[in-house]
Design a protein around this ligand. Structure first.
Ligand SMILES: [Ca+2]
Ligand SMILES: [Ca+2]
Ligand SMILES: [Ca+2]
Length: 365
């Protein structure tokens, strides 16, 4: 191919890609993406990144999710960060009939058995992670990143089918790096990351907002990876649930999309049931989230017991609501420690002194 022809071909490809509206896989949010289907409403308890580098990141957060089907591929953009300590981004995709509302025990052994770490612990157990009713994912992708051992930034990813009766195909997709150094998986899946976000949600467990973040994790899945019987499935109803998990797929953060109300990290994925958490923890293609969700969550005193609850549920249950985003740290529901209030009437006065004098000389038993 002559240099001129080569340039022409490259230019033509670039123009046709733009004309067809395909996103460029580089971890930056392209104009071709639809509006966010969900926005994060709480701070991250897995670290707020402030490095500002495309590669290495010192925190994980999921700020927004965009989902589309473009030119034969499912495209998913998750704005935010993935900490470069080999924590895991878990992405579950429901794009066809069937699937696994509860993760099974007989899924393929991929990523050091990381997928099965979240599922039923054996054929008779029912302790696998349960998604909200109406969400039955058919595929799973997990992305991780960190130091390659030589000071360079590297990404790895895995894919698995989540067939209704288990025993789907799974594979290691390969490795990549940041920006346009994308990972090209054997089955046509491509993944890019740009970790440079320093905005979005901050650190903590209270309310926050993940709006206006335009860098993060970008995934393109050719339809045949999920249309495994080549039926020409329409892919007009795609749902996605994403969350940040610990390095062993064994400790779920509080960064879920669509999000959860203000909360600490969720922890153990086994036994986790998203039906027990308000709202749908899955987003549908076509959903539009213009604003971050808002929550009236805070510490609620039920006697001396403190629980972070929704304000209405707190008062309906006879509790005292201490205000939005208050926490149960150092149990604020316990009476103040006031040893000089000897008779316990809430004030220190002459009656405490008289009580002391009347007790004077008695043995403490
Ligand atoms: Ca499905
Ligand atoms: Ca942030
Ligand atoms: Ca739910």
């Amino acid at each position: 191919m002559s240099r001129l022809t080569e340039m022409f071909t490259i230019t033509t490809l670039a123009i046709s890609a733009t004309a067809m509206g395909q996103p460029v896989l580089d971890g930056q949010l392209d104009a071709s993406y639809p509006a966010a289907s969900a926005l994060q409403g709480i701070a991250t308890n897995f670290g707020n990144s402030d490095f500002g580098q495309p590669g290495f990141s010192n925190g994980s957060e999921l700020d927004a999710i965009h989902v589309d089907f473009q030119d034969g591929s499912i495209v998913i953009f998750l704005s935010g960060n993935l900490e470069s300590n080999y924590n895991k981004l878990e992405v579950f995709i429901d794009a066809r009939d069937g699937g696994q509302n509860q993760l099974r025990h007989d899924n393929p052994d991929v990523d050091f058995d990381g997928l099965r770490r979240m599922g039923n612990s054996n054929a008779n157990a029912t302790d696998g992670l349960v998604f909200d009713d109406g969400f039955e994912p058919d595929a799973w992708i997990s992305l991780t990143c960190g130091d390659d051992g030589f000071g360079g930034f590297v990404t790895y990813a895995s894919f698995a089918e989540l067939r209704t009766n288990g025993n789907g195909t799974g594979l290691f997709l390969g490795s990549g790096s940041s920006g346009s150094d994308v990972m090209n998986g054997e089955n046509g899946i491509t993944i890019a990351i740009d970790n440079s976000n320093i905005d979005g949600v901050g650190s903590g467990t209270g309310s926050d907002c993940g709006i206006d973040v335009n860098t993060g994790m970008e995934i393109s899945i050719p339809s045949f990876a999920i249309d495994w019987d080549f039926e020409g499935l329409p892919f007009d109803d795609i749902k996605v649930c994403a969350f940040i998990n610990g390095g062993g797929h064994d400790f779920v953060s509080n960064q879920i999309l669509p999000g959860i109300p203000p909360s600490d990290n969720l922890g153990e994925p086994r036994g986790l049931d998203f039906n027990n958490i308000p709202g749908n923890q899955y987003a549908s293609m076509g959903d539009v989230a213009n604003d971050c969700p808002t929550y009236n969550y805070g510490a609620c005193c039920l006697g001396e017991v403190c629980q972070v609850l929704d304000a209405d549920n707190c008062t309906a249950g006879g509790g005292t609501y201490l205000g939005d985003d208050t926490t149960c740290d150092d149990n604020p529901c316990l009476p103040p420690d006031c040893p000089s209030d000897i008779n316990g009437d809430g004030s220190i006065d002459v009656n405490d002194l008289l009580q002391l004098l009347s007790d004077y000389g008695n043995p403490c038993v």
